[in-house]
Design a protein around this ligand. Structure first.
Ligand code: AMP
Length: 421
């Protein structure tokens, strides 16, 4: 028996309703904020991610699904959406056509991480990006969109953590301060941290190794290295959030996993999902366009992990109800009634109702049981007697009332079904 790949999941019919509710909530609220959907391919040239996300990140260093295609070109299944969106925007000259782009994206991402609850190898994200603005209003709007979506889903068990990574000059000064701080301790630290010391010391702050924890605790704090411009920018973002009544916690240890962030970094976290506590996160990435070969263009965006949102909805007992409605279940009792029954079901569908027929040729009793199971509002029964009379018996499943309706007279059938909606 061939099984699904470890870290991937089938989304079964019983679960899909909750997914669809989330998806339509994203779509609706992003639309209300003036965002437009953009869809990019599932795989890209590997270079897009190695340049865009950064060689020293965990994603590029060890988590990407990379393969050579038939022409020996290195391809990668996208591990995140932002680099692809930025590539698409540059390639299609979208910023040239509109200096402020609001885009959203939804789809599967691929990372070869160790699977556990809330951590998959194929997972799904909702992403929203604002491209073209270097103003704090864009940061606040991005965070407000994320916050509005979480609230619209009914979630409350989350916190917004906020930090500033400052501009490039501030980060450079901080980087040097971190290196000087870690250097005397590095021999007792993990191999990961040793590797990161020269290449990307900020990443050491994210270390999950127990031996690193006490040293990381005493490390210099980024906020102390922000220059005036960076400090001002951060204050303006915070002022806007306060005015918009979006609660946040300033977290000077928040650096996030990707290389391309500058200024605002944020994460929505929960205490309800164990170690996979981030339900979404984002930040400003003013250097990304140039890294990918475009003209300097500021951008800010965030991504939610859809599986984690669903886990949190479950924890908070807010999973959207996913009952589907069946308006009419047509029971045909013999060969010649089948076609009549299928036509009757089709008449209802054309009027916007949901109608199903039995494709198993089950007995009357078994079809009635199936109609109950599907919670059909009405059942129409056509057997030999009804067929010869040109009628169907229409039964209201809630009241058990039943009467005959003429098969030719679709109007009165539709009226009967419609009346009780
Ligand atoms: P990132 O692109 O790493 O900032 O991730 C954004 C969000 O995607 C996270 O906050 C998670 O909710 C979700 N996410 C990231 N990696 C995974 C994964 N391996 N499995 C499930 N969700 C993930």
């Amino acid at each position: 028996m061939i099984q699904a790949v470890r870290g991937t999941k089938d989304i079964l019919p019983g679960e899909i309703g909750a997914w669809q509710t989330l998806e339509s909530t994203f779509r609706r609220i992003a639309g209300q904020f003036g965002f437009h959907e953009l869809r990019t391919p599932v795989f890209e040239h590997t270079e897009l991610f190695s340049r865009g996300i950064g060689e020293t990140t965990d994603i590029v260093g060890k988590e990407m699904y990379t393969f050579l295609d038939q022409g020996q070109t290195s391809m990668t299944l996208r591990p995140e959406a932002t680099a692809s969106i930025v590539r698409a925007v540059i390639e299609n000259t979208l910023v040239e056509k509109n200096p402020l782009l609001r885009l959203w994206y939804m789809g599967a991402m691929f990372r070869q991480e160790r699977p556990q609850k809330g951590r998959l190898r194929q997972f799904h994200q909702f992403d929203a990006e604002i491209l073209g603005s270097a103003q704090p209003e864009a940061d606040a709007e991005s965070i407000m969109l994320a916050h509005t979506i979480l609230r619209a889903l009914g979630l409350t068990a989350f916190e917004l953590r906020l930090n500033s990574l400052g501009n490039a000059a501030s980060r450079l000064r901080y980087r040097e301060a971190l290196q000087s701080y870690f250097r005397p301790h590095i021999s007792g630290m993990s191999d990961d941290s040793k590797n990161r010391l020269e290449k990307n010391p900020l990443r050491i702050l994210d270390s999950k190794h127990a031996e690193d924890a006490p040293i990381v605790k005493g490390a210099p704090i980024l906020t102390d290295y922000l220059d005036d411009d960076s400090q001002n920018y951060f204050e303006r973002v915070q002022k806007l959030l306060t005015a918009l009544e979006i609660p946040y916690i300033a977290d000077d240890r928040l650096v996030r996993g990707l290389d391309y962030y500058s200024h605002t970094a944020f994460e929505f976290v929960t205490t309800r999902l164990g170690s996979q506590n981030a339900i979404g996160g984002g930040g400003r990435y003013d250097g990304l366009f140039e890294q990918i070969g475009g003209k300097p263009t500021p951008g800010i965006g965030f991504a939610f992990g859809i599986e984690r949102l669903l886990l949190l909805l479950d924890e908070e007992q807010k999973t959207p109800s996913t009952e589907t409605v069946c308006d009419l279940y047509v029971i045909a009792l013999d060969d010649d009634s089948s076609a009549l029954g299928m036509k009757l079901a089709q008449t209802l569908r054309q009027e916007g109702f949901t109608a199903i027929t039995d494709a198993l040729r089950r007995s009357f009793k078994a079809q009635m049981r199936d109609a109950d199971r599907t919670k059909a509002r009405f059942v129409a029964i056509i057997g030999e007697a009804e067929r010869t009379k040109g009628v169907a018996i229409l039964k209201n499943m809630a009241t058990s009332e039943q009467h005959e309706v003429a098969l030719q007279d679709t109007n009165s059938l539709l009226q009967a079904v419609r009346r009780t909606i």
